[in-house]
Design a protein around this ligand. Sequence first.
Ligand SMILES: Cc1ncc(COP(=O)(O)O)c(C=O)c1O
Length: 371
Amino acid sequence: MSQDFLPFTRPSIDEQTIAAVGDVLRSGWITSGPQVREFESLLSTYFAGRPVRAMSSGTGALEIALALPDVGPGDEVITSPLSWVATANVIVRAGARPVFVDVDPATRNINPELIEAALSPRTRMLLPVDLAGLPVDRDRIYGIAREHNLRVLEDAAQSMGASWAGKPIGASGDLVALSFHANKNLTTAEGGCLVLNDGPEAKRCELWRLQGVERFADGGLDASLAGGKHNMTDVAACIGLGQMRRLEEFTARRRVLARRYFERFDPTLGCELPLADFEHSNWHMFQIVLPQHVERGDFIRDMHAAGIGVGVHYPAIHLLSLYRGMGFRKGDCPQAERIGAGIVTLPLFPAMLEQDVDRVCAQSARILQRS
Ligand SMILES: Cc1ncc(COP(=O)(O)O)c(C=O)c1O
């Protein structure tokens, strides 16, 4: 990057991938086909041989993961209030009720200590989120799930390239949903995937993915359930194949830049820095929480005026109007509310240079010192 406008994120798509997408477009087959099968096979290898199905979005992967064990009306799903609203919306769309459990301020992920108190006879599933690609403690989550006979759906939308116990997120566990949206560490422009437990579950996932339709050798078909339309296109899968070649490089580069932030961000400015995890996190985002006296809107405006993009990921979900309308209130999850009110995402993406990080840190200091 240069001294031009520095966005908070930017995908890295190489010329080889752009050429390969051109080939797909010229091939006459642009929706789900050979590229999707190859992408799924590569993903499955990456996820230790588990079945994987590619989707048109991470949201679609989450929706199907709730449908597979029939989560619906009368059920409760325990989740984090500090996430993209898709995490909770899919629960509501399934007809179930989200139960928000406050986050641990150190990780900004659901606090496992608080989960037991939120369980009820209606609890069916735990739906933890890895905010910014920092994995939630899998040992604690699966320990609770085993003890109370619950399914787990990992919202690993931001976790591609992150790891737990030396293995990639997705290589173990129950249902794992990932997103390949343009901002993610690995992108297909829009897209996602669901990692499943076995062949029969993957087969049912295929039905939920495309209208519930099964086709027969004689040309006939049947529909056994009211599935949606969540299949990935070959155009998107081709981008994903190009990205998979570079995933390790992307993650390594993000780690280098995150370390640079820790070296250069002035600790006396009163901001809360993220947990300095260089074992599990894929550094999907570098997020700071501003001091309470700083107006976030002013900070974002001043950074923007200096040519630096800043994001907000995310205000606490339970305070959005849909969820207030369902009875959730300020005070339900104080840590998520406080963090959600002051969090900002600083620029971090593989093509950034070290001096870009230095520029962000220097500009943040200039603004915060006069706030
Ligand atoms: C935590 C989280 N969950 C779910 C999603 C939904 O993924 P998609 O945008 O691919 O539908 C996202 C995407 O931003 C996300 O960050």
